[in-house]
Design a protein around this ligand. Sequence first.
Ligand SMILES: NC(=O)c1ccc[n+]([C@@H]2O[C@H](COP(=O)([O-])OP(=O)(O)OC[C@H]3O[C@@H](n4cnc5c(N)ncnc54)[C@H](OP(=O)(O)O)[C@@H]3O)[C@@H](O)[C@H]2O)c1
Ligand SMILES: O=P(O)(O)OC[C@H](O)CO
Length: 339
Amino acid sequence: MKTQHGTGQLPVRLTMVGGGSWATALVKILSENNVTVKWWMRSEADADHIKRYHHNKSYLSDVQINTRKVRVCTRIRDAFRDSEYVILAVPAAFVADALTGINASHFTDKCVISAIKGMIPGANQLVTDWVSDQYGVSAERMSVIAGPCHAEEVALEKQSYLTIASQDPSCAEDVAALLRCRFVQTTPVDDIYGIEYAAVMKNIIALACGITHGLGYGDNFQAVLVSNAMQEIRRFVDAIYPKHRDLSGSAYLGDLLVTAYSPFSRNRTFGTLIGRGYTIQSAQAEMNMIAEGYYAVKSIYEINRRCGVDMPIVDAVYKILYDRAAPTGEMNGLKGLLK
Ligand SMILES: NC(=O)c1ccc[n+]([C@@H]2O[C@H](COP(=O)([O-])OP(=O)(O)OC[C@H]3O[C@@H](n4cnc5c(N)ncnc54)[C@H](OP(=O)(O)O)[C@@H]3O)[C@@H](O)[C@H]2O)c1
Ligand SMILES: O=P(O)(O)OC[C@H](O)CO
């Protein structure tokens, strides 16, 4: 599909769905380019604050919002009007909620970009599959934003790299061009499913890293955990979507590393709280942000009942979070399985 961005002439009109950290970081990136953003968020208070003070008080509050290019709204249909691109940037568990009132006709002729690294709970679907089923968006109009990139570092304009995956090379290139800027390099690729599944899996692994960290395990153990996790990710992604791919690339291994080791990681932080003995409810209450891996591990565990891939780390995290298994016992069991 040829978009206006491809011509380099007209400003691009884009809808951003979500008012959290990643949406705020992406709005900042898009503001570097000639993009007009209609930014939907559910919170009236946050939207009003941005209109008045030009920053998001709840997430990445240091980021200045250029309100000449960015229009904030809380009515999702207003946000969808006249745009060529839609970026979905709420946690997967809330996408359906966020899109209440939107139907297939609102997606007509729009390119859909998932910035989400999670799965739709219950349906156990990747976000792109779910959008395709619910709204009839075809594969060549769909892409995902991947790569090791924390919103907090985008806010600080730290050099970052994104990978844009789509089955349609021109769609991937268009979206890569939208997001390329002074401090972000982008690469278009075609392995959309492999990248989406790997991004979902890395969040579960980050939970495991956090849990072991919270239990007092050190860097030596975590290095082994992460190496074994990479093999686990390979086994699962190859089973579910076989394709020649280099998992040492930054959209796969890079994303696993940033989430496993960075203090900014939501999933690692959540896992650390669990390892320290917090209940799930108290860990969620402690964090202002959502750890996607909490929902994802249930989906992946259930999908794997059909696939039967050997995934001891996923199994251990699932048992801790959903079967109330003691973290100490699960990690003791895992110790003997790692090499
Ligand atoms: N943060 C990153 O560095 C980063 C990087 C790459 C990818 N991602 C992905 O981006 C996605 C969004 O993550 P995030 O980090 O931006 O999350 P976040 O900072 O925790 O923000 C969550 C957002 O979801 C909204 N929300 C919560 N419950 C909702 C509901 N029931 N209906 C509609 N909206 C709801 C929140 O609104 P309220 O504020 O009103 O509660 C908030 O805007 C995730 O899939 C994540 O994996 C994040
Ligand atoms: O590291 P997390 O858990 O905050 O997840 C954020 C992104 O996926 C990092 O690329």
